[in-house]
Write a protein that binds this ligand. Structure first.
Ligand code: ADP
Ligand code: MG
Length: 707
């Protein structure tokens, strides 16, 4: 991107250009058709095939005008990434020519050959029918897979022949409808009659690492698992904290400029970008939108990050913990509820009435988070994220809510029956006449909290950087809907609504105060304190996954028709299987790197050291220290050989347990991972003592400090 081009960047014209937005629909569809589509969105009417035909043709014309050749139903299978199958717009004619065509039927329904997507036993492979169905609430977009391949992607849900959800979008859409319904009930009951719809809104901050492609290609661990399995820390890590918010290097800046333009073009409103704490780590954040759109756009963002990096001879690492010893990457899921009348329900009000409503919704969130803490924790669990949670760089595995002193005081006052709630919006005096006074936020920042109130939304900070944000939002929407339903049941019958609100908030505050924690979540004392309070502390994926089968979770999801018991069970199996398979791959790679790279390098080192020392000894030189050093190298080498043999045995043992996935996962966690860590420690020790020029893999120093 030349400087000149950049200066002329025209947001109004360029934003969403590759997106079939509402604007396009309005301009390209006959009025009656557009209206019919709106009616579909509001649930009044299903889409008829004739209307679908008209929309499909309009979409195809637009796509062809922009250079697309194919269309694809784009969906979110349970792998956590997205899937697409391209089909060209061509239809052959009798005379040997072709015409371009895209029918309504093709728009609204697809049938990918779905037997190879994970289904956790929901579909027998012999009847592996899966259907994709158009999600009219998320705009179709043009995806550039390479310079000359442009595909019209149609966001879809993915369901089985018998209607079970095989993806993450179907339950997300259901959860949005449920939270809307219950929030509307509450609002209607407290007199807000104009509200007919409530949207759950999400802004997902995304962290990532960049690494030079050449170095990446020389690391089999990075290539195959996205994280380094070995590598000793360089003299400098992140301790100086000089990377965070530091000025952005030119190469990265060029990458970001290209990335932004691609994302803007796709209608993703990325706004913030900066360096993160670890070297070569960065973050971006879009402007929030409805949770379905935010989820789609986060997937698009992850794909675009990878693609644009590739083009710049870089690789974007989305793994939660690419490097030991420096911070990993997460995703902050900012969440709120917003009415069709434009009110953010988690924004503290300016008058007593607004405040009452605000505190009622905060209470609903508090109770939901406490009651379904394990479930929420589960949505952030994966093999990758296990390296982060609880490791003094990310929130601990304990779910707690940060409200901030002032907010908690307001809640306590209101619960205690004080009608005048503390509402001081203080001003920070900077102490210089040249700098205007700053309004002080109602909450201070607490980076150590997994679930923090940040002024007008809650921020769930546990989510892993590589994960889809669908799961956390399905849970947030559904759990909050459940509590709002309880509230609505009471409020609808209440003769004195204001009094009932106060009673509801008071009850939540006294029953669920235990989940509020404003202190340092990284401190050891918090672990003890949380245990005393009875808060769950589920430290790893095998420990947390059975939550999916627990009765409170099954009841919650079945009651609100988000997921059935069978669907939950299938998700449980898929996640266990993914965990086990992934760790099996990691162990294999570690073994292989030890055997084919590390051990030969150590042996070479030893051989050349022995040769050189023998020569020196012959000359009568003192070589006592060198002999010590050789001894250490030899010991490490022996240890590495032994540990990698043991790892091989243990890995085979774990493989043999595949008929009991839970037992296998626990075995992997308790027996195999500690062995892998031990092996790594010895290898890293050896790396320190080996000739840099012959060590077979790029070092941490190169990976972290060059691009
Ligand atoms: P910080 O780094 O301080 O957490 P950022 O500005 O990087 O702040 O990110 C905040 C995110 O929260 C943005 O994506 C923003 O759009 C989002 N956000 C703001 N208001 C809401 C809201 N009402 N609902 C959901 N997300 C919101
Ligand atoms: Mg944040």
């Amino acid at each position: 991107m030349s400087e000149k081009e950049n200066k002329n960047y025209n947001f109004e014209e360029a934003f969403g250009k590759s997106c079939f937005t509402d604007y396009q629909l309005q301009n390209r569809l006959p009025k009656s058709c557009y209206k019919a589509l709106l009616a579909v969105g509001s649930g009044e009417k299903p889409l008829d095939l004739q209307t679908a035909d008209v929309i499909a043709t309009a979409m195809k014309d637009w796509a062809l005008e922009n250079g697309a050749t194919h269309f694809s139903h784009w969906f979110h299978p349970l792998t956590g990434s997205t899937a697409e199958k391209h089909e060209a717009f061509i239809v052959p004619q009798k005379d040997g020519t072709v015409i371009s065509e895209f029918s309504g039927k093709e728009l609204i329904m697809g049938e990918p050959d779905a037997s190879s997507f994970p289904n956790g036993g929901l579909r027998n492979t012999f009847e592996a029918r899966g259907y994709t169905a158009w999600d009219t609430s998320s705009p179709a977009f043009l995806k550039k897979n390479s310079a000359n391949s442009l595909v019209l992607c149609i966001p879809t849900v993915f369901v089985s022949y018998t209607g079970e959800a095989l993806d993450k979008k179907a339950p997300l859409l259901r959860s949005m409808a449920v939270v809307s319904k219950q929030a509307v009930r509450v609002l209607q009951a407290i007199g807000e009659k104009a509200v007919s719809h409530v949207d759950s809104t999400v802004g997902a901050e995304q962290e990532y690492f960049l690494v030079s492609r050449e170095l990446f290609n020389n690391r089999p661990d990075l290539r195959l698992t996205g994280r380094t399995m070995i590598g000793s820390m360089p003299a400098k890590g992140q301790e100086l904290e000089d990377h965070y918010f530091g000025s952005i290097a030119e190469k990265v800046s060029a990458f970001m400029a290209e990335l932004n333009e691609e994302l803007w073009d796709l209608g993703v409103a990325v706004r913030t970008q900066h360096n993160e704490v670890a070297p070569n780590q960065f973050e971006l954040a879009p402007i929030f939108s409805s949770s379905n759109l935010a989820t789609d756009q986060n997937q698009i963002t992850m794909e675009t990050l990878k693609r644009v990096a590739e083009r710049n001879d870089l690789v974007c690492l989305l793994h939660e913990k690419p490097y030991a010893g420096v911070n990993g990457s997460g995703k902050h899921n900012n969440w709120s509820l917003s009415t069709n009348t434009g009110v953010n329900l988690l924004d503290p009000g300016k008058n007593a009435e607004d405040n009452r409503r605000f505190l009622l919704f905060v209470a609903a969130v508090l109770k939901a988070v406490d009651k379904y803490a394990a479930l929420l924790r589960l949505t952030a669990s994966s093999a990758g994220n296990d390296h982060r949670l609880g490791a003094n760089e990310a929130p601990p595995a304990i779910i707690s809510v940060f409200l901030g002193k002032e907010m908690e005081q307001s809640l306590a006052d209101f619960a205690g029956g004080k009608s005048q709630v503390a509402q001081s919006q203080n001003v920070i005096d900077v102490g210089s006449p040249f700098v205007p006074d700053l309004p002080k936020d109602n909450t201070d920042r607490n980076r150590t909290s997994p679930f923090a109130f940040t002024g007008n939304k809650f921020e769930f900070r546990m989510v892993g950087s590589a994960m889809s944000i669908a799961d956390p939002n399905i849970v947030l929407n559904t759990a909050v809907a459940e509590i709002l339903a309880e509230f609505a049941d009471v409020l609808e019958k209440s003769p004195d609504v204001n009094k009932t609100i106060q009673e509801l908030v008071a009850k939540v505050y006294s029953d669920h105060k235990r989940v509020i924690f404003n202190g340092n979540g990284y401190a050891d004392e918090w672990q003890e304190e949380a245990a005393k309070r009875g808060l769950p502390n589920l430290k790893n994926t095998p420990a947390v996954l059975p939550t999916l089968l627990s009765s409170p979770v099954t009841e919650l999801f079945e009651k609100h028709e988000i997921l059935s018991k069978e669907e939950l069970h299938s998700r449980y199996e898929i996640r266990l299987e993914t965990y086990n398979k992934l760790l099996n791959i990691e162990a294999l790679i570690l073994e292989e790197m030890a055997n084919t790279g590390v051990i030969p390098a150590g042996q070479k080192q030893l051989a050349s050291d022995v040769k050189s020392i023998c020569r020196q000894e012959k000359l009568g030189l003192n070589v006592a220290q060198q002999k010590n050093r050789i001894g250490t190298v030899n010991d490490l080498l022996e240890e590495i050989i032994e540990l990698s043999c043991r790892l091989n045995t243990v890995r085979r043992e774990s493989e043999a347990m595949s008929d009991d996935l839970q037992r296998q996962a626990e075995f992997v966690y308790n027996k195999m991972i500690p062995l892998m860590e031990d092996l790594r420690e010895q290898i890293d020790g050896l790396e320190h003592l080996c000739d840099r020029r012959t060590w077979p893999y790029p070092s941490y120093e190169e990976l972290l400090f060059t691009l």
